[in-house]
Design a protein around this ligand. Structure first.
Ligand code: NAD
Ligand code: DAU
Length: 336
C-alpha cells in the first residue's frame, strides 16, 4: 500500500508513521507536513533512511501542491492528522484553525476523490461532541456540539468528510479519540508542559479549579486503533476511540508531581480557559465490538513511562523550549 500521512512530524502522526513502517515494512509512507511550530522532523529522524519513507514539506490547504502530489504518487490511502491542534491557540488566533483544519481537509478530499483513493481516514477528536455533565458518555451518534474554535473547525471538517461519502462515494472513515499522551507530545499540552515546569521547579498553571475531567489514552493505543480503522473499518463509519482512564486534571497533575518527587506547592490555580469544556467521556464499544480494538497501556504504567521518556530525552524538549529545533529541517533538508 502507498500511504499519504499528513502531519507526520507532529505528536500522534510521528508515532503512527513509526508504528506503521515497523508493522508493514512493504508499504510506502509519504509524510506531508507544513512544519508549523508543532512540526518537528527530528521526531522521525530514526526512519529518515528508510527507503519506504519520504518527507514532503507542504501545506495541506495548498490545493495545487496537494493535487500534484496525488497525481505523481497515486496513493492507495490517506491518513489525515495535520491540524492546528491546541485549544488555547484557537482562542487566541482562530483564523489559521479554519484554514488548516477545514480548507486543508477539503483540499485533501478533493484530491482523494479525483485520484480514486481507496481509503481516507480523518483523525478527529472527542471535542466535536462538546462537553458533558457529571454523567453520560459520547457515542458516535451523539450530535456535534463543539464549543471552541478548535473543536468547531474539527467538527466542520468531519461534516465535509461525511459529505464526500454521501455525495461522491469516497470511502471515508472518521476516528474520534480522547486525550492522548506519550512520547513526542509538544510541550504546550498539559502533560509535557507540567512535567517540564516541575523539573525546573516552576509553577504549574492549573486552569480554574482543575476539576475538569479528561480521558487519557496512550498514543500507541490511539495508533493501533487508527491502523485497525485503516485496514478493516467500514467506509462511511465513525469510530470513537478511548473509553478508559477518566481523571480530573488535579488527579493527573498530583500524580505527576509524586512520580517526579516534586512538591504539590508548585501547583498554581490560574484564570480558567474561556469556554473550558468540563468533562469528556468516550464510549468506545463500537470499535471494540466491530474491529476488536482494545487499549493495552494502563494509565499508571503509561504515565510513568511517558515521564521517563521526557527525562531520558531532555535534549529533544530543550531544543523546543529554546527554539533550536526549528534549525533541524534546514540542516537535514537544506533547500529541498
Ligand atoms: P500536533 O499539533 O502535535 O501536530 C500537528 C502536525 O500537523 C504538525 O506536524 C504540523 O506541522 C502539521 N500541520 C499543521 N498545519 C499544517 C498544514 N496546514 N499543512 C500540513 N501540515 C500541517 O497535533 P497532534 O496532537 O499530533 O494531533 C494530530 C491530529 O489528531 C489532529 O488532527 C488532532 O485534532 C487529532 N487529535 C489529537 C488528540 C490529542 O490528544 N493530541 C486527540 C484526538 C485527536
Ligand atoms: O480530547 C482530545 C483533545 O485533547 C485533542 O483534540 C486536542 O488536540 C488536544 O490538545 C487535547 O485538548 P485539551 O484541551 O483537552 O488538552 P490540553 O493539554 O490543552 O489540556 C488538557 C486539560 O488541562 C484541559 O482541561 C485544560 C487543562 N490545562 C491545560 C494547560 C495547557 C491546564 O489546566 N493548564 C494548562 O497550562
Amino acid at each position: 500500500m502507498k500511504l499519504l500521512v499528513t502531519g507526520g512530524c507532529g505528536f500522534i502522526g510521528c508515532n503512527f508513521v513509526r508504528d506503521h513502517l515497523r508493522e508493514f515494512p512493504g508499504d510506502t509512507v509519504v509524510n506531508l507536513d507544513a512544519l508549523t511550530y508543532a512540526g518537528n522532523p527530528e521526531n522521525l529522524a530514526d526512519v529518515e533512511d528508510n527507503r519506504n519513507y519520504r518527507f514532503v514539506k507542504g501545506d495541506v490547504a495548498d490545493f495545487d501542491l496537494v493535487e500534484k502530489l496525488f497525481a505523481d504518487e497515486k496513493f492507495d490511502a490517506v491518513v489525515h492528522f495535520a491540524a492546528e491542534s491546541h485549544v488555547d491557540r484557537s482562542i487566541e488566533n482562530p483564523q489559521v484553525f479554519l484554514r488548516t483544519n477545514v480548507l486543508g481537509t477539503q483540499s485533501l478530499l478533493l484530491a482523494a476523490h479525483k485520484h480514486g483513493v481507496k481509503r481516507y481516514v480523518q483523525i478527529s477528536t472527542d471535542e466535536v461532541y462538546g462537553t458533558l455533565g457529571p454523567e453520560g458518555e459520547f457515542f458516535e451518534t451523539t450530535p456535534l456540539a463543539p464549543r471552541s474554535p478548535y473543536s468547531a473547525s474539527k467538527a466542520s471538517a468531519d461534516l465535509l468528510v461525511m459529505s464526500y461519502f454521501t455525495t461522491y462515494n469516497l470511502p471515508v472513515l472518521i476516528t474520534r479519540c480522547s486525550n492522548n499522551y506519550g512520547p513526542y507530545q509538544f510541550p504546550e499540552k498539559v502533560l509535557p508542559l507540567m512535567t517540564i515546569n516541575a523539573l525546573a521547579d516552576k509553577e504549574l498553571p492549573v486552569y480554574g479549579d482543575g476539576l475538569q475531567r479528561r480521558e487519557w489514552l496512550h498514543v500507541s493505543d490511539h495508533c493501533s486503533a487508527i491502523e485497525l480503522v485503516l485496514q478493516k473499518g467500514v467506509p462511511g463509519q465513525v469510530y470513537n476511540v478511548g473509553g478508559v482512564n477518566e481523571k480530573t486534571n488535579m488527579e493527573v497533575i498530583t500524580r505527576l508531581l509524586e512520580i517526579l518527587g516534586k512538591p504539590a506547592s508548585l501547583i498554581k490555580h490560574v484564570k480558567d480557559r474561556p469556554g473550558h469544556d468540563r468533562r469528556y467521556a468516550i464510549n468506545a464499544d463500537k470499535i471494540q465490538r466491530e474491529l476488536g480494538w482494545k487499549a493495552r497501556v494502563g494509565f499508571e504504567e503509561g504515565l510513568e513511562e511517558t515521564i521517563r521518556w521526557y527525562l531520558d530525552n531532555r535534549a529533544w524538549w530543550e531544543k523546543i523550549v529554546s527554539g533550536e529545533y526549528r534549525q533541524y529541517y534546514e540542516r537535514m533538508y537544506g533547500g529541498r
